[in-house]
Design a protein around this ligand. Structure first.
Ligand SMILES: Nc1ncnc2c1ncn2[C@@H]1O[C@H](COP(=O)(O)OP(=O)(O)O)[C@@H](O)[C@H]1O
Ligand SMILES: [Mg+2]
Length: 372
């Protein structure tokens, strides 16, 4: 898939911007604080309606303005699409081919993006929350049903925790309503978990392949899903019965503490290189390679799931990688995916690739394309 055209209005420090991308590789060159990340972010937001940097929509709107608009023309194998996102103080509006989409799940997934930013290098080292968020964002893009189940799960979890709190404070005594919420939580939770387990298997398959290439066959990467409940099987039904039994076992403690301690919202991923947990035993280099392999694996995974290659957004990552990883990264993306890359210097890319890039200069919210 390709993004052929991007238009911004009042997005962060871009008042008005129109760019076309006839080429596969697009490099945005500029000093710090000029708007490079903002530009990649806008493409990410166009795809997912949410930013990777902030949960506040307000932040994305230019300081002097009360709305922001992002438009993009997408070319897929068999169709062309116009996507449009309007952000206002009251919320967001999304359109596909000028028709408003009321449901998030009918909008997300039209444009598939993979973003790789320096903070992604902490996928391995960071908190379990980082890794759960990673799964949710990636899986959500390829599986709208997952997004729906997850939203329902989170909604039910909130209600259940609220009710548990009331029980713990003795403001409520009726446990029948807790049973209902528990059933609902287990229903959505087991679907979420089953989807995640399958996703992690596929992710492992593709990342192991890459990891082995990047390390010249020296390292094998394994990814395990660490569930907070003791799984006996991977089907929705099998998960369901274990999840329900575990919640029943823990009911007293839950009521005492007013919280739900088990479920997909408490799960984690474990990365292992040559059977050793990279998070605890890996060198910084191994942790970076792992993060890189996992991110790049998504390119093939998405292709397999959706039939199209996603768009790759690389924000300032070249400088964080050593020479051999830079070359592997560039080799993986060359010829395959349309790429938007930001950098403060061309040193990291020059002479390392065979495709000809389009270069754009970014300065204070203005972008100029280098004449070729
Ligand atoms: N909502 C906003 N309205 C106007 N300017 C903004 C907004 N949010 C951020 N900026 C400006 O954007 C600039 C940072 O852009 P960024 O893309 O992060 O820079 P970089 O080129 O280093 O990646 C800063 O100058 C900041 O003041
Ligand atoms: Mg930046």
């Amino acid at each position: 898939m390709r993004l052929n055209k991007l238009e911004l209005r009042n997005y962060r420090n871009y008042l008005e911007l129109q760019l076309e991308f006839p080429n596969r590789l697009n490099i945005f060159l500029g000093e710090n604080a000029q708007g490079k990340t903002n530009l990649l972010e806008s493409i990410y937001v166009l795809a997912l309606t949410r930013s990777h940097r902030t949960s506040s929509e307000q932040e994305l709107i230019g300081w002097q303005d009360d709305f922001a608009q992002i438009k993009g023309r997408i070319e897929r194998k068999t169709s062309e699409l116009e996507l449009e996102l309007l952000l206002t103080k009251k919320g967001r509006k999304s359109k596909v081919n000028h028709i408003e989409q009321k449901k998030l799940s009918s909008y997300i997934g039209q444009l598939n993006v993979i973003l790789f930013a320096p903070e992604d290098l902490s996928l391995v080292k960071g908190s379990p929350q980082t890794r759960r968020r990673f799964i949710d964002m990636e899986l959500g893009q390829i599986n709208p049903v997952y997004l729906y189940d997850l939203a329902q799960y989170q909604q039910t979890l909130k209600q259940r925790n609220l009710y548990l709190k009331q029980l713990s404070e003795k403001k409520q005594t009726d446990e029948i309503y807790l049973d209902i919420l528990t059933e609902q939580l287990v229903d959505f939770g087991s679907k979420v978990l089953a989807s995640r387990l399958l996703f992690v298997k596929k992710l492992e398959y593709w990342s192991n392949d890459l990891h082995s290439k990047i390390t010249n066959q020296k390292e094998a990467l394994a990814i395990e899903y660490a569930a907070s409940i003791p799984l006996k099987g991977e089907s929705v039904e099998e998960i369901r019965s274990v999840f329900l039994a575990e919640l029943q076992k823990n009911r007293k403690r839950e009521i005492f503490k007013g919280n739900t301690f088990l479920g997909p919202h408490r799960d984690d991923l474990i990365f292992k290189v040559n059977q050793q947990n990279v998070q605890t035993y890996g060198s910084q280099g191994q942790q970076r390679t792992t993060a890189l392999s996992v991110k790049l694996a998504e390119i093939d995974l998405m292709k397999e799931e959706t039939g199209e290659y996603p768009i790759l957004l690389l924000d300032d990552v070249m400088s964080e990688l050593d020479d051999s990883r830079q070359i592997h990264l560039l080799e993986t993306i060359e010829n395959k995916v349309q790429t938007f890359l930001t950098t403060t210097t061309l040193n990291h890319v020059e002479g390392k690739m065979t495709v000809h890039p389009d270069i754009f200069y970014v300065q204070q919210g203005q972008i100029e394309r280098k004449e070729t």
